[in-house]
Design a binder for this molecule. Structure first.
Ligand code: PGA
Length: 317
């Protein structure tokens, strides 16, 4: 193994992560034969097959899985070393990997803007996905930190509340219930409801509320992502429950009404979550400090609740 090169390990790590030589070639800007050749040489050095092909799919062998875990350790250590050297030189430099739930995508880029201007040497990787995908990424230790509402109740995680994330009932502006007050929850059972995809934390919160009340919703359609649902609401296809943050962007709020329904807003919070056993990089520590000092204030200014088309003042219960 001492003759193995870092380049070979990098090629292997990317191929193993994608379970595909073609996608590894794309990510690394190499040709597919180059990737195959690197893996072939690495396999020879290891002395055992690293991949096996079953049908059209590529799987890691036991040796491949062990090598993949080793590669992740090696690259994590090298990254940390890079950052330590940069820090010793008085620079904040390195890669920061964040994974956030879809509801947080309206705020996190606005937080990253000022942070990136202050630390131009920090390279950001931002994954926006739903709750279940975030849990998978946590299990694989893929990122420096996570932002989500429903933190899995396991002792390996550190979670700090960051910002409120109220869930509201959103309808087209002309909806017959718009402007009414104290609408009973049961009335939503008569409405066409648009539900987030399974794996969404928002969906889980909605289901919990209605299950507790013993109300069955008429789910007219299931759509992935908040933006698609907003378009469906604006198009008159139904109503839905979304994060209040989905209305954060300027200029698009006039099409919707927030319904004043009993039990709403659902009073969720976002948490910044890290893995307890993960040694945070200098860059991650710098970002965490920024988040909990200036970040919250920047986020609060960005959300500007008062711009939204609330037919009565929104009270966060
Ligand atoms: P999600 O977000 O619906 O995109 O999974 C839920 C959350 O805010 O944690």
């Amino acid at each position: 193994m001492r003759q193995v090169t870092l380049h070979q390990l990098k090629v292997f790590e990317v191929a193993a992560r994608h379970s595909s030589f073609t996608r590894a070639a794309e990510e690394l800007y190499l040709t597919q034969p180059t990737v195959s050749m690197q893996i072939k040489q690495l396999t020879k050095l290891v002395g055992l097959p690293l991949f096996e092909q079953i049908g059209k799919k590529l799987y890691l062998t036991e040796a491949g899985r062990q090598l993949y875990a080793t590669c992740q350790d090696i690259f994590a250590h090298l990254n940390r070393f890079d950052m330590t050297v940069a820090d010793l030189k008085g620079l904040k430099q390195g890669r920061l990997s964040l994974a956030v739930v879809t509801t947080a995508k309206y705020i996190v880029p606005r937080l990253l803007g000022p942070f990136c201007h202050r630390y131009p040497g920090i390279e950001i990787f931002l994954e926006v996905t739903n709750h279940d995908q975030i849990e998978l990424r946590m299990a694989e230790n893929r990122d420096d930190l996570y932002i989500m509402s429903q933190v899995p109740p396991i002792p390996e995680l550190d979670a700090r509340p960051f910002l409120e994330n109220p869930l509201i009932v959103l309808a087209p502006r002309e909806h017959s219930l718009a402007g009414q007050t104290r609408i009973p929850l049961s009335q939503l059972a008569n409405e066409s409801f648009i539900m987030r995809e399974s794996g969404s934390g928002t969906r889980r919160s909605v289901q919990k509320l209605f299950d507790r009340a013993g109300i069955t919703l008429q789910v007219k359609m299931e759509l992935s992502g908040n933006e698609t649902i907003k378009q469906a609401i604006a198009g008159g296809l139904g109503i839905s429950v979304l994060s209040r943050h989905t209305l954060a962007l300027d200029g698009e709020t006039h099409q919707f009404a927030i319904l004043d329904v009993e039990g709403f807003p659902i009073d969720n919070q976002w948490y910044v979550v890290t893995l307890k056993d993960k040694h945070p990089s200098i860059v991650a520590l710098t970002f965490l400090e920024y988040l909990f000092t200036e970040g919250t204030e920047i986020a609060r200014r960005a959300i500007a609740w008062s711009d939204a088309p609330v037919l009565k003042p929104l009270t966060i219960r």
